[in-house]
Design a binder for this molecule. Structure first.
Ligand SMILES: Nc1ncnc2c1ncn2[C@@H]1O[C@H](COP(=O)(O)OP(=O)(O)OP(=O)(O)O)[C@@H](O)[C@H]1O
Ligand SMILES: [Mg+2]
Length: 269
């Protein structure tokens, strides 16, 4: 299988939406509806190296999902360009970018069939089956091949979805709040799994999270966006060795307090 690269260049991206609504959706929208126009992203410049995991943080509604959709080719920017491996993004390309969704599994297909969607282009059944099995083992779902999504726990469903993403071997992975709705322990376990997976596969990965600790434990880099119209407010490489631990790395703890403060919480809890 060819090794896919995942180098991303975001150049001067701007995005506004034209809104035809007569009245704002919420009182918060009053200040941003100027003649029905919502300015979301403003002059975003970012370069992401192949293999890096970058975590995006920022207030709700600042445009993180919009930026991910632009990178993945689902949405056109109002200005600027995105280049993946030096080629401009014009449309979605699943072999290049896989967007990890919270409920991306097809409910009428078994785990094996869902993961198999990623290898349907392979000719031999033997090769398909061995790839599916390999990835189900990686996410510790062996024995659940014939289960349907509704027969799995929330954490198992996310792991199946992760296997489905990785089996495609895309150049990069995009994860928009991948741990939302998981209980605390499943969240911790799944986070560890994503970190291990990243250490192993070294895919270029973007993770949007509202959880500062997730970003500090996972990211090779943390990017924080401002309120809308969003600009980059903070951008830092995080090169602490993994597995990371706040007690073992006082510097990480210090950065944690700074980020909490920056995001409007006066002290880290
Ligand atoms: N298709 C659309 N049409 C009009 N406005 C939109 C559209 N999609 C998003 N928006 C607006 O763009 C802004 C940014 O939305 P976006 O979903 O990117 O925010 P976000 O940072 O991902 O927020 P959250 O953290 O809550 O997920 C919001 O004000 C939203 O209302
Ligand atoms: Mg979002």
């Amino acid at each position: 299988m060819d090794e896919q690269m995942g180098q991303i260049e975001i150049q001067n991206i701007g995005k506004h939406y034209l809104n035809n609504r007569k009245s704002p959706r919420s009182s918060q929208d009053h200040d941003v509806l100027q003649g029905g126009k919502i300015d979301v992203l403003n002059n975003i410049d970012l370069e992401m190296d192949d293999g890096d995991m970058t975590c995006f943080l920022g207030p709700s509604g600042c445009g993180k999902t919009t930026l991910l959709r632009i990178i993945a080719g689902f949405e056109k920017p109002t200005k600027g360009n995105v280049y993946i491996n030096s080629k401009p993004v014009t449309h979605p390309d699943a072999s290049c970018i896989f967007v990890f969704q919270q409920s991306g599994l097809l409910p009428w297909m078994t785990v094996k069939e869902n993961v198999g969607l990623g290898v349907r282009k392979l000719k031999s059944d033997e090769e398909k089956n061995s790839r599916i099995q390999e990835y189900l083992e990686i996410v510790e779902l062996e024995g659940f091949e014939e289960h349907y999504p509704h027969q799995l726990s929330g954490g198992m469903r996310r792991r199946a979805e992760l296997a489905r993403a990785l089996v495609i071997n895309p150049g990069m992975l995009i994860m928009d709040e991948p741990f939302t709705g998981l209980d605390f322990m499943t969240h911790m376990k799944m986070r560890e799994e994503v970190v291990n997976m990243h250490e192993y596969f070294k895919k270029t990965t973007i993770v949007v999270t509202h959880d500062i600790d997730d970003a500090l434990i996972m990211g090779d880099r943390i990017v924080i966006f401002s309120e809308r119209p969003s600009t980059i407010k903070f951008d830092k490489k995080i090169d602490f060795p993994r597995p990371r631990n706040f007690e073992r790395h006082p510097e990480l703890n210090k950065l944690r307090s700074e980020l909490y403060f920056m995001l409007g919480v006066p002290y880290a809890v």
